[in-house]
Design a protein around this ligand. Structure first.
Ligand SMILES: Nc1nc2c(ncn2[C@@H]2O[C@H](COP(=O)(O)OP(=O)(O)O)[C@@H](O)[C@H]2O)c(=O)[nH]1
Ligand SMILES: [Mg+2]
Length: 442
C-alpha cells in the first residue's frame, strides 16, 4: 500500500506540500506529471494532471523524488510542492486517492514507517512530534536536543553497560567450574550500582523535561475582585476571562497556554477565595484551592486599596509565591507587607506587569534547574526507568553466590525496560499510543 497526505498546514498558503510513500511512488509520480524522466534527489519542475481526463491540477509545481532507502520513511518517497489553495490541495488529494493501491496516511504514519525501517528510534520519533508541536524556545531547544540523539545515546550507553555486566554473569553461570576470577562478580556489582545511581539521578529531575514539553503550571489566586481575571487577560493579550466588578464572577478554572519569554506556561485564572453560601461559587473556590496546590508557581493577587485581607488568602502566601498587590493606580502606597516576593502594580494601567513577568521567569528557573540535558520528556520514559530500577534493586538484593541465575534474569528484565525507551524491544504495544498524537502527513 502507498500512503499520501498533505504534509504542510491547511491552505490557503503560498505553497503546499503533499507527500507520498510506498513502492509505487515513482509510477504514481509519472502518472500525475507525465514526466518521462524524474531525477532523484533533485528538484523536478513539472505540471500536475488528473490522468483521468488530463485536466491540469497545477501548471507550475515541483516534485522531489527520494528513492529508498535514502528517504524520510526509508521507502520510496516523493514530495509535491504545489500552490497552496484548498482547491489545488483537494484536487491533488482526490487524484491520488484514485491511483491504484493509494490511501490517505494515518496520523504520524510516515514517521512510524521510518521507525519500522530503522531510520529513527522511538525517542527520535517522539522528538519529531515535539518539534512539530513546539510553541516556545525552550520547547524547541529541548526537541532539537532529543532529535540530535542526546537522550538516545545516553540510554544506549547505559543499556550497553547492563548488557556487558549480564554477559559476565552468564559466563560465570556457564563456566561455573572454571576459574573466572572472583573480582569479576564484584566489578559487575559495582557497575550495576553505578547504573542504579545514574538512573536515580535522571528520575530526580523535578520533571523538568515533561514541564518544558507540557508547560509550567502557574496559577492566579487571591481575593475576589482583586483583578485576577484582568491579569490573565492582560498577560494573554486577549479577553479569555470575564472581568466584572461583581464579586465572585469567575467560578470555573480558566486556563490558557502562553509563551512567556520562551517559557511555556499554562496560566490558570481561578475563583476568588472567600466564604460563600452560593453552591456554584463554593465549588469554584474548591477548584481554585486544588489548582494552587498542584501549580508550579502561585501568583496571589490582592487589592492594595483594600484594608483587610482574607485569612485563607494570607495562608496561601509563602516564599514560593509571588504576591501581586494590584490597583496601585488607586492606592500607590504599599499598605500590606509579606514574607514573599511582592510586586506593587496596576493591571488596569499595565504598570509594573513587566516586572511580574520577569519574576515569574526567575521563580521558575530557580525552582527547576535548566541543565539543558533533560532526559525524561514523557511519563512513558519515567515508568520504564522506574521498572528498570526495580529490577536492578531485585538484582542487588540477591545473594549472587547462590542465586546467580535468578539475578541474571533480573538484569535481563532491567535491560529490556531500558531498551524499550529507545525502542529496542517489545515496541508494538507502545507504537500506537506514540504516533496517534502526530498530525497526518508526518
Ligand atoms: N482601579 C483598578 N481596577 C482594576 C484593576 N485591575 C482590575 N480592576 C477592576 O477590578 C474589578 C474586578 O476585576 P476582575 O479582574 O474581574 O477581578 P477578579 O475577581 O479577581 O477576577 C473590575 O472592575 C476591574 O476592572 C486595577 O489595576 N486598577
Ligand atoms: Mg475573576
Amino acid at each position: 500500500m502507498n500512503i499520501y497526505a498533505l504534509s504542510s498546514g491547511r491552505g490557503p498558503s503560498g505553497i503546499a506540500i503533499v507527500r507520498i510513500s510506498g513502492k509505487d511512488t515513482l509510477k504514481v509520480c509519472k502518472n500525475l506529471t507525465k514526466l518521462k524522466e524524474i531525477n532523484s534527489n533533485e528538484v523536478n519542475y513539472c505540471k500536475f494532471y488528473d490522468p483521468k481526463n488530463d485536466n491540469v491540477i497545477d501548471p507550475e509545481a515541483l516534485l522531489l523524488w527520494f528513492p529508498k532507502p535514502n528517504s524520510y520513511t526509508g521507502d520510496d518517497l516523493a514530495e509535491f510542492q504545489v500552490h497552496g489553495s484548498n482547491a489545488v490541495i483537494s484536487a491533488l488529494l482526490k487524484t491520488l486517492s484514485e491511483q491504484d493501491n493509494c490511501r490517505l496516511a494515518e496520523p504520524g504514519e510516515f514517521t512510524k514507517i521510518a521507525f519500522q525501517n530503522d531510520k529513527i528510534d522511538l525517542l527520535k520519533a517522539e522528538s519529531i512530534g515535539d518539534l512539530i508541536h513546539a510553541e516556545t524556545e525552550l520547547q524547541r531547544n529541548q526537541a532539537v536536543k532529543l532529535l540530535q540523539g542526546n537522550a538516545s545515546n545516553y540510554y544506549n550507553d547505559l543499556r550497553e553497560k547492563l548488557i556487558k555486566s549480564l554477559a559476565y554473569i552468564e559466563a560465570k553461570i556457564d563456566f561455573a567450574e572454571d576459574d573466572l576470577p572472583e573480582k569479576v562478580l564484584k566489578e559487575v556489582q559495582n557497575s550495576i550500582m553505578e547504573i542504579h545511581k545514574d538512573i536515580q539521578k535522571i528520575i530526580e529531575d523535578n520533571k523538568i523535561g515533561e514541564k518544558i514539553k507540557d508547560g509550567f503550571r502557574v496559577s492566579i489566586t487571591g481575593e475576589v475582585n482583586a483583578g485576577k481575571s484582568s491579569l490573565l487577560n492582560l498577560i494573554a493579550k486577549r479577553d479569555v476571562a470575564i472581568v466584572s466588578d461583581e464579586a465572585g464572577t469567575t467560578r470555573d478554572v480558566i486556563e490558557t497556554f502562553l509563551n512567556i519569554d520562551g517559557y511555556p506556561v499554562i496560566l490558570a485564572d481561578t475563583a476568588g477565595i472567600r466564604d460563600t453560601e452560593n453552591e456554584v461559587e463554593k465549588k469554584g473556590v474548591y477548584l481554585a484551592l486544588g489548582k494552587s496546590k498542584e501549580a508550579d508557581l502561585n501568583i496571589v493577587v490582592i487589592d492594595n486599596s483594600s484594608n483587610s485581607i482574607n485569612d485563607e488568602v494570607k495562608k496561601m502566601i509563602n516564599k514560593d509565591t509571588i504576591v501581586l498587590l494590584n490597583k496601585a493606580d488607586v492606592q500607590e502606597k504599599q499598605i500590606h507587607k509579606f514574607d514573599a516576593d511582592t510586586i506593587l502594580a496596576s493591571v488596569k494601567e499595565n504598570k509594573n506587569i513587566d516586572n511580574l513577568i520577569k519574576k515569574i521567569k526567575q521563580k521558575l528557573s530557580k525552582k527547576f534547574t535548566f541543565n539543558n540535558s533533560a532526559l525524561i520528556t514523557r511519563e512513558r520514559h519515567r515508568l520504564k526507568l522506574n521498572e528498570c530500577l526495580k529490577e536492578i534493586n531485585n538484582f542487588l538484593k540477591k545473594d549472587h553466590n547462590k542465586d546467580l541465575e535468578l539475578a541474571a534474569e533480573d538484569l535481563r528484565l532491567a535491560t529490556r525496560h531500558l531498551g524499550s525507551i529507545v525502542g529496542k524491544v517489545d515496541v508494538e504495544e507502545i507504537l500506537g499510543s506514540i504516533f496517534k498524537d502526530f498530525c497526518i502527513g508526518k
